[in-house]
Write a protein that binds this ligand. Structure first.
Ligand code: GAR
Length: 223
């Protein structure tokens, strides 16, 4: 018996017809990232390919050595380093972020591997307009090391989630999810790599979905 699941198979929900997602005017995105920036790249590429009607106004990153900075430079996107270590509190850090996002005229904020807890200072400045990508099928495996948590729990399917951000960590309304089977010999690295393939697929679509359904979201109808 072959116990090896098809490693390429995945389930994405909801399925989106991208032609239904064209925004009237380009969405003005701010992206925040702490790491390698593959999700930043995915959003930038979806824009370049005409699959997402948006422009990236600014990248904010918090680690001086984050690889995402050079990816922004390659794409001609302005990048601002705001190092959280230089601020006395999470709130004062977030206030500086808000000031920067407003300076760059950002409408929608995308947390693409932003490894900091955000406060009400940020959330209140962009009500229902902050989107996060997380490497698990929420509400399972919130917080850090989500991929390792899934492996440790012995689940057979995990994945990724794009959701709106609320004050409670990794808990806002879910926009889109993709399932990824766990293979018998998976490590955190191999599994995370396959999850990221799906992240890159659903993040741009979920941004478009959120913008398209903004009226419903603001009325509390759900997504
Ligand atoms: C992504 O896998 C994202 O889901 C995760 O960080 C990675 C960033 O990768 N985010 C979190 O864990 C947030 N809790 P990237 O820098 O290559 O886009």
């Amino acid at each position: 018996m072959n116990l090896r699941p098809d490693s390429t198979s995945s389930l994405v929900s909801p399925r989106i017809n991208t032609h239904q997602l064209a925004a009237d005017a380009p969405l003005k995105l701010g992206i925040m990232a702490s790491g390698s920036g593959s999700n930043f790249e995915a959003v930038a590429q979806a824009i370049a390919d005409g699959q997402l009607n948006a422009q990236i106004q600014v990248l904010i990153y918090n680690n001086p050595s984050a690889k995402v900075a050079s990816k922004a430079a390659d794409r001609g996107v302005e990048a601002v380093l705001l190092n959280h270590r230089a601020y006395k509190s999470r709130e004062s850090f977030d206030q500086e972020i808000v000031n920067t996002l407003q300076e760059y005229d950002v409408d929608w904020l995308i947390l693409a591997g932003w490894m900091r807890v955000v406060t009400s200072v940020l959330i209140d400045a962009f009500p229902q307009r902050i989107i996060n990508i997380h490497p698990s099928l929420l509400p399972s495996f919130k917080g850090i090391h989500a991929v390792e948590q899934a492996l440790d729990a012995g689940v057979k399917i995990t994945g990724c989630t794009v959701h709106l951000v609320c004050l409670e960590v990794d808990s806002g309304p879910i926009l889109m999810q993709a399932a990824v089977p766990i293979l018998p010999d998976d490590t955190a690295e191999t599994l995370h790599a396959r999850i990221q393939v799906q992240e890159h697929r659903i993040l741009p679509q979920a941004i478009a979905l959120a913008a398209t359904r903004q009226g419903e979201i603001l009325r509390g109808v759900g997504v």
